[in-house]
Design a protein around this ligand. Structure first.
Ligand SMILES: [Mg+2]
Length: 274
């Protein structure tokens, strides 16, 4: 019920703003409008996320029963006897950030660390459909859940509070956040954790959650996905995220400092060149 109320409040704000967007003083619609609406309202989004977590649950059982199974390319050597773990991204994998994105569409215009931090401290993000059941099922099977996120260290407390509010246990040692150093890069973390755990599954919404060197151009990123096509829906479980991610920033060279209107221009240009 609480999730529905939060979603309803976010949606109401979005619809109010839409009226404003159609007025002469707001001639343009925000570029994230449809992506945010789809994530917040489409039953197809709910079904897609549920489908992803069903695949995760089914493959977890297979992985547990196969000592040679590892989901991390970075994991080599003798890992068969190591305790099992699942590596999970947080935003748009476990926590639903679409309400923050609705605020971008209606109020902020674009992501900033300040507004994201303010939203994080509300600690009210609902869970992505299927995430909670999957995590609880994995824990009941003795599998360690390791959260690894690009959220920054200063968001540790609000992130913990939000996860715990959803009934998800958090061991601080296994809440791995971003301090902008190479040792918090996800590929580095996968390699490090491979010494201690057999990694059963990777779950995320961005290529970086699965494979190194993914922050490249769209064509190279697609080649990377194809290279590891056997992993998708099996060892690697990806959640849909049309709102943001490296798929988006790759369209303007991952230049985070580029003014918003130039980023939009670059994306339109990308389409015109197809
Ligand atoms: Mg994410």
């Amino acid at each position: 019920m609480r999730v529905r109320l939060i979603r309803a409040a976010g949606l109401a704000a979005l619809l109010t703003s839409l009226s404003a967007c159609n007025s002469p003083s707001h001639p343009s619609i925000h570029e994230s409008l449809n992506a945010t609406l789809w994530t917040m309202t489409a039953p197809e989004y709910f079904a897609s996320a549920s489908q992803a977590y069903r695949a995760a649950r089914d493959n977890l059982v297979v992985a547990l029963n196969d000592p040679q199974w590892s989901a991390a390319i970075e994991q080599t050597g003798d890992y068969a006897a190591l305790p099992p773990a699942v590596l999970m991204d947080i935003d748009q994998t476990i926590l639903d950030t679409s309400i923050y994105n609705a605020r971008i569409v209606t109020e902020h215009g674009e992501y900033t660390q300040k507004t994201f931090s303010d939203w994080c401290h509300e600690a009210t993000a609902p869970a992505i459909p299927g995430a909670k059941n999957f995590i609880q099922d994995a824990l009941s099977r003795g599998v360690k859940i390791i959260y690894y996120s690009r959220r920054i260290e200063s968001l540790r407390e609000c992130t913990t509070k939000n996860l715990q509010a959803l009934g998800l246990p958090v061991e601080q040692e296994f809440l791995l956040l971003n301090n902008y150093q190479p040792e918090t890069e996800k590929a580095y973390l996968r390699a490090q954790l491979s010494d201690t755990f057999r990694i059963l599954l990777l779950v995320g919404d961005d290529l970086d959650d699965f494979v190194a060197n993914s922050k490249t151009d769209p064509v190279s990123r697609m080649a990377l996905v194809r290279q590891y096509h056997e992993h998708w829906g099996r060892k690697w479980v990806v959640l849909p995220n049309p709102m943001y991610g490296a798929w988006d920033t790759s369209l303007y060279g991952h230049d985070y400092g580029m003014p918003r209107h130039q980023r939009v221009d670059a994306k339109v240009q990308y389409l015109s060149n197809q």
